[in-house]
Ligand binder design. Structure first.
Ligand code: DX5
Ligand code: ZN
Length: 224
C-alpha cells in the first residue's frame, strides 16, 4: 500500500505540532524532514533540535532526508533526536557503504538519495544494503518546484534494478508531488510519496492529504 510522507518544509512552524497531528489523523504514515546545510544545497533548514520536537509531536516514523556534506558527522545526533529513517546523497560522502552502515548501527533504516542528474549506476553496489531509495524529482533545496517528468521512467528503471538485484528496498519519490503527479509515480512503482507544498501549502492540509492518497491509489491499481 502506497504511503504518503508529508514534508514539514512547507509547514507553518508557528503551529508545527498541530499541523503534524492533522496530517497524521488524515492518513500520513511517515513525517519527512528536510535537512539542508547551505553547502550541499543552497538553503539552510532543520537540525536535530527540531527533530526532537517533531518526535514529541507524533508516533509516526520520522524520515530525515540529509542534504548535507559529511553526513556521518550528524547521523548519531539525528538518530538520538528520534529519526527512524535516514537518507544520504552519494555525492555527499566519500564512503557510502560505510555511511549506510553507520545509519544502521545507529538503529535507523538507511536510505540513499539520487538527484535528478545522478544515474542509477551510482547505487548498483549498494541497493541491497539500503531499506529505501529516494529519487529526487526536483533539484533538492526548495519546496514548491515543478516535477521533472523524466523521473517517471527513472522510477521504472529503478524498480527493474531492485528486482534484478533481489533488493528489498522501497522506492520513495520527492519533489513536485501532488494530486496531478501522484497516480503516475505510483503506477511507475513509487511506494512512498513525499509531498510538501501540495499538503502544507494548502488551506486544508488534511483534505489535501486525503486527495493525494486518493490519487496515489489510482496509480497503484494501474500498477497492479
Ligand atoms: C526538496 C525537498 C523536498 C521538498 C518537497 O529539496 O527534499 O522534500 O520539501 O517539496 P514539494 O513537495 O513542495 O516539491
Ligand atoms: Zn526531501
Amino acid at each position: 500500500m502506497v504511503e504518503i510522507a508529508p514534508s514539514i518544509l512547507s509547514a507553518d512552524f508557528t503551529r508545527l505540532g498541530q499541523q503534524i497531528e492533522a496530517v497524521e489523523q488524515a492518513g500520513a504514515s511517515i513525517i519527512h524532514v528536510d535537512v539542508m546545510d547551505g553547502h550541499f544545497v543552497p538553503n539552510l533548514t532543520i537540525g536535530p533540535f527540531i527533530v526532537e520536537w517533531v518526535r514529541k509531536a507524533t508516533t509516526l516514523p520520522i524520515d530525515a532526508h540529509l542534504m548535507i556534506e559529511n553526513p556521518d558527522n550528524f547521523i548519531t545526533a539525528f538518530a538520538q533526536a528520534g529519526a527512524d529513517m535516514i537518507s544520504v546523497h552519494p555525492e555527499a560522502t566519500y564512503h557510502l557503504h560505510r555511511t549506510i552502515g553507520h545509519i544502521r548501527q545507529a538503529g535507523c533504516m538507511p536510505g540513499v538519495v539520487l538527484n535528478p542528474a545522478t544515474p542509477l549506476a551510482m547505487i548498483e553496489e549498494i541497493v541491497c544494503d539500503v531499506d529505501y531509495v529516494l529519487l529526487m524529482s526536483v533539484n533538492p533545496g526548495f519546496g514548491g518546484q515543478s516535477f521533472i517528468t523524466s523521473s517517471i521512467d527513472k522510477i521504472k528503471r529503478l524498480k527493474d534494478l531492485i528486482d534484478r538485484r533481489g533488493s528489498h528496498a522501497r522506492i520513495e519519490i520527492d519533489g513536485g508531488i501532488g494530486p496531478e503527479t501522484a497516480a503516475a509515480v505510483t503506477a511507475a512503482g513509487a511506494e512512498i510519496l513525499v509531498a510538501g507544498s501540495a499538503i502544507f501549502g494548502k488551506p486544508d492540509p488534511a483534505g489535501a492529504l486525503r486527495a493525494l492518497i486518493e490519487a496515489a491509489r489510482i496509480g497503484e491499481r494501474i500498477l497492479v
